[in-house]
Design a protein around this ligand. Structure first.
Ligand SMILES: CC(C)(COP(=O)(O)OP(=O)(O)OC[C@H]1O[C@@H](n2cnc3c(N)ncnc32)[C@H](O)[C@@H]1OP(=O)(O)O)[C@@H](O)C(=O)NCCC(=O)NCCS
Length: 195
């Protein structure tokens, strides 16, 4: 393996779309993050219990610090709505082993922003970022089988349903399955534009 096979490090990230911008998390995001991730409906289908302000402050400080560590393996980004620069949600692109050139994404939006196409745009943008700037080969995501809106987002963003991961994780006191979606840099379905 040579160095060209390892994804480059990008910091700070700023990816601009039609309605949203993906940018680095900031300390000033804390109050909105607490509002989003303390909402039981937001965390209902993700492996996270509703957060407290104290715990979220610790997480935010650690995550901002981790963004500048080399190699960068976690791209935790804020989803900002362009018109009013409102923070509407977050998105994570995690790279387990850089030499594998594979990244997993996850995302969540504040409830008042659901149903406006913003998660779809965010996934399209991060897929393009992952392929073009991080030189990933595969980008994938999983969702709870009872959360079809998330599957629809992945499908609209050009991902293919690969199958059901049985007993994928133990969370909230039970084993749960997940549906797995992915897109390869070589796929014809790779999104080429946002909108
Ligand atoms: C899942 C989530 C990210 C979707 O965000 P969003 O901005 O509302 O998504 P979009 O508007 O881009 O697209 C949603 C799609 O799902 C569809 N949808 C919504 N509810 C649905 C349901 N119950 N069954 C099937 N499709 C559904 C919408 O109709 C839309 O598809 P369409 O454009 O073809 O009509 C958002 O609901 C959320 O943040 N949920 C809480 C956190 C979470 O579950 N994150 C995913 C973890 S895997």
């Amino acid at each position: 393996m040579n160095d060209s096979s390892v994804p480059p490090i990008v910091h700070p990230v700023r990816v601009e779309g039609a309605a949203i911008v993906l940018r680095e998390l900031a300390e000033t995001d804390l109050d909105v993050l607490v509002a989003i991730f303390s909402d039981p409906l937001v965390v209902r289908y993700i492996a996270l219990d509703p957060v407290t302000a104290e715990a979220e402050a610790v997480w935010l400080a650690e995550t901002i610090a981790a963004a500048t560590v080399t190699p960068r393996t976690q791209y935790h980004l804020s989803i900002e709505h362009r018109p009013g620069q409102s923070l509407v949600g977050t998105l994570r692109l995690g790279i387990d082993r850089p030499e594998h050139r594979s990244g997993e994404i996850g995302y969540a939006l504040a409830r008042q922003w659901w149903g406006k196409g913003l998660a779809t745009e965010a996934v399209r943008l991060v897929v393009r970022f992952g392929f073009d700037q991080l030189r990933l080969h595969r980008i994938w995501a999983t969702h709870h089988p009872d959360n079809p809106a998330s599957g629809r987002v992945l499908q609209k963003a050009g991902m293919t349903l690969e199958g059901r991961l049985r007993g994928h994780m133990y969370t909230k006191g039970a084993w749960r399955d997940s549906l797995c979606y992915a897109v390869l840099e070589t796929d014809d379905t790779r999104p080429t534009s946002v909108g």
